[in-house]
Write a protein that binds this ligand. Structure first.
Ligand code: RP5
Length: 162
């Protein structure tokens, strides 16, 4: 694949079940991307290196998923001005509310765009990255319009068992 435009990182391979939904969307839209485990607390030096290299490597957005005390998105955002899109992974102990609060409550000055807990958040983070890239890419924007139109048609075709 060509030089990645979007990086998908996660705190653990156990986050893959959730984060694969982001990767699937990027694949569907033909966005050059990469997916890696970059743990904030198990490999902090690697995390800093990833963030510091992001702009120079041409990344336009970083989608970061983590669960529990989910500091990965915020710490990446602290080390780069590349937009960071945070995905709270559903944790066992607190169902992902801990992850959500950890990611969403960034103090003023270092933003993380925070999405819903779990698979929907991962998919929407990727769709948001597509929308960012589509600002400079009319072909991609048309693909996004087509994707939305298909959803509209699917909703209109829904029936109820009554
Ligand atoms: C976080 O701890 C990861 O993002 C993951 O959601 C959670 C649990 O990790 P594992 O113990 O399953 O590797 O860092």
């Amino acid at each position: 694949m060509s030089q990645p435009q979007v990086g998908v990182v996660m705190g653990s391979s156990s986050d893959w079940d959730t984060m694969q939904h982001a990767v699937q969307i990027l694949q569907d839209f033909g966005i050059a991307h990469e997916a890696r485990v970059v743990s904030a607390h198990r490999m902090p030096d690697d995390m800093f290196a990833y963030a510091e290299a992001a702009a120079g490597r041409g990344l336009q957005a970083i989608i970061a998923g983590a669960g529990g005390a989910a500091h990965l998105p915020g710490m990446l955002a602290a080390k780069t001005v590349v937009p960071v899109l945070g995905v709270p992974v559903q944790s066992k102990a607190l169902s992902g509310v801990d992850s959500l609060h950890s990611i969403v409550q960034m103090p003023k000055g270092v933003p993380v765009a925070t999405f819903a807990i779990g698979a929907a958040g991962a998919a929407n983070a990727a769709l948001f990255a597509v929308a960012l890239l589509a600002n400079q890419d009319p072909v991609l924007r048309q693909k996004l319009e087509t994707f939305r139109a298909a959803q509209t048609e699917a909703a209109r075709a829904m029936t109820l068992p009554v």
